[in-house]
Design a binder for this molecule. Structure first.
Ligand SMILES: Cc1cc2nc3c(=O)[nH]c(=O)nc-3n(C[C@H](O)[C@H](O)[C@H](O)COP(=O)(O)OP(=O)(O)OC[C@H]3O[C@@H](n4cnc5c(N)ncnc54)[C@H](O)[C@@H]3O)c2cc1C
Length: 337
């Protein structure tokens, strides 16, 4: 059981900045995210795009903003449970909460702040009938720990940055013993330099590139052993493999949040703008996941919401303590040991 002051569901930009604001009030946070890395939409959808409306930054790449937010939160030593969606929130008899993930990891705190953005990012899966039978037995939809592919034969599929970059990573670092990239078109959607790199590695024999083809079947005894590839002109191709990693992107859905007993409106969590509290006392919702009159789904608005939510959380945890606003210029940052 992981114990903390505030459980933050969602490690996007808003969840990360909320850690900092909570830290100023000496409240510890633990973040849960279904993605393997922090950063939410900024990391997952547009890490290389410049953002122009972050106060004090005329221009900043979304990925750099996340790096900065991680550095800003670091003195307050947040904990992370990554690659696991929060599935249930249970209210305990003493008014505290237990948040349990899909993998059964339990978190305990008096306060929960939901910073779940657009929801859980679900992988787009190829239409292969028995795909589910091999999930976690050789079929993975995202790469959480590249080390598990060391010395293994890997077939990746997809034409975007994720498929290109991971193929390069597995091949260049001599991690996988064999890397095959299958893509249904002859052209790729990813960055031109990544496309060129894959072509170069293919010419060096480090990546087997099979374009105009799709993985249409998978088979194996207790684990994945083989993929069947249908080529547009060459017909059926078979490859023996240890892993099949279709990287076709992720689509967000509210997911488990919809069943937490929270008041929802237009697919978002309704909050009181006084402190961004939900209908359940002790649970707050900040960032893209919430809704109220005149809501704007902007990062800077989420930063404000997180700031007010932790002030209210402090008053709930320490009803007897007076909280006086202290400027960071005066007080500095007193990180946690
Ligand atoms: C292409 C694009 C460009 C944009 N440009 C701008 C811009 O210029 N300026 C601007 O201000 N905004 C911009 N935005 C919007 C901005 O990205 C969002 O407002 C911001 O990401 C919201 O942050 P968040 O932390 O609330 O949510 P998110 O970034 O969506 O992060 C939420 C996190 O919660 C996780 N999560 C959800 N449910 C669960 C669960 N049950 N368990 C565990 N984890 C969960 C998700 O995996 C995700 O990582 C842009 C968005 C896009 C897509």
């Amino acid at each position: 059981m992981i114990k903390t002051d505030i459980i933050i569901i969602g490690a996007g930009p808003v969840g990360l900045f909320t850690v900092f604001e909570a830290g100023l009030l000496k409240l510890r946070c633990h973040l849960i995210d279904s993605l393997p890395q922090p950063g939410g939409q900024c990391s997952e959808i547009y890490p290389k795009k410049p953002i122009y409306d972050i106060p004090g930054f005329p221009e900043i790449l979304a990925g750099d903003l996340i790096n900065n937010l991680m550095a800003q939160a670091a003195p307050f030593k947040p904990g992370f449970t990554l690659g696991e969606a929060a599935e249930t929130i249970d209210k305990n008899e003493d008014g505290t909460f237990t948040v349990t993930t899909v993998k059964g990891t339990q978190h305990h705190a008096p306060i929960v702040i939901i910073a779940g953005g657009l929801g859980v990012f679900e992988p787009r899966k190829p239409p292969i009938d028995n795909l589910g039978e091999f999930e976690d037995k050789g079929v993975e939809y995202m790469i959480k720990d590249p080390e598990i592919y060391r010395g293994k034969r890997c077939v990746l599929a997809g034409g975007g940055d994720s498929a290109l970059d991971w193929s390069i990573f597995l091949a260049e670092n001599n991690l996988a013993s064999q890397v095959t990239l299958v893509h249904r078109s002859a052209s790729f959607r990813g960055h031109l330099d990544s496309v060129q790199k894959v072509i170069d590695l293919s010419e060096q024999g480090k990546i087997e590139l099979i374009t105009e083809a799709e993985v249409t079947g998978i088979s194996g005894e207790s684990r994945l052993e083989q993929v069947q590839i249908t080529h547009q002109t060459q017909g059926e191709i078979t490859r023996n493999t240890d892993h099949f990693i279709p990287l076709f992107g992720l689509k967000p859905s509210l997911g488990p949040m919809a069943s937490w007993g929270l008041t929802l409106e237009k697919g978002a969590i309704k909050v009181d703008t006084l402190d961004y509290s939900t209908n359940i006392p002790g649970i707050y919702a900040v960032g893209d996941v919430n809704t109220y009159e005149n809501k704007l789904k902007l990062i800077l608005c989420g930063f404000h919401e997180g700031t007010l939510a932790v002030q209210s959380a402090f008053a709930r945890i320490f009803p007897e303590k007076k909280n006086v606003l202290k400027y960071t210029t005066v007080n500095g940052i007193q990180g946690f040991a």
